[in-house]
Design a protein around this ligand. Structure first.
Ligand SMILES: [Zn+2]
Length: 143
């Protein structure tokens, strides 16, 4: 039972534009689109850099480290196989303040979650989809 996958939402539909994101976990790392001209990270996918309008955007590996920027505790049993309550967090990646991913924090007790908690990415595999999730970073001070 403890190995059972806990997802708060259905699996994503993979398209040519988002496949890099959902499959990068296969390589054991998270990849975010980045502008080759000005270095801006872009998420979600965009065909143009919103800062310099360059079309030279391509996925680049990021550290997978971030902090919890915000979170909510879901008590609503949206999906019958997912036990409640669970945390839905907005994780801000360390590479850039405005790159934020919505993710679950499986394995982190709800009472330990706080804004500013250092976290690191981990993945749950579903076929060829690797859903990015986060867990408290190794050695993180849980305050
Ligand atoms: Zn740019």
């Amino acid at each position: 039972m403890s190995d059972e996958v806990v997802l708060s939402r259905p699996l994503p539909v993979i398209t040519e534009m988002n496949a890099y994101f959902w499959r990068s976990g296969q390589k054991g790392r998270l990849e975010i689109l980045r502008c080759e001209a000005c270095g801006l990270y872009i998420h979600p996918y965009a065909a143009l850099c919103p800062r310099c309008r360059s079309e030279a955007v391509s996925p680049e590996p990021v550290s997978g480290r971030g902090t919890v920027a915000s979170f909510t505790i879901n008590h609503q049993p949206w999906f019958p196989h997912v036990p409640v309550p669970y945390v839905i967090a907005l994780v801000q990646l360390e590479e850039q303040d405005d790159i934020r991913l919505v993710a679950n924090l499986p394995g982190c007790p709800i009472e330990d979650v706080r804004v500013g908690l250092p976290v690191e990415v981990c993945f749950e595999q579903h076929g060829d989809i690797f859903v990015p999730l986060f867990r408290p970073a190794a050695g993180a001070d849980r305050g």
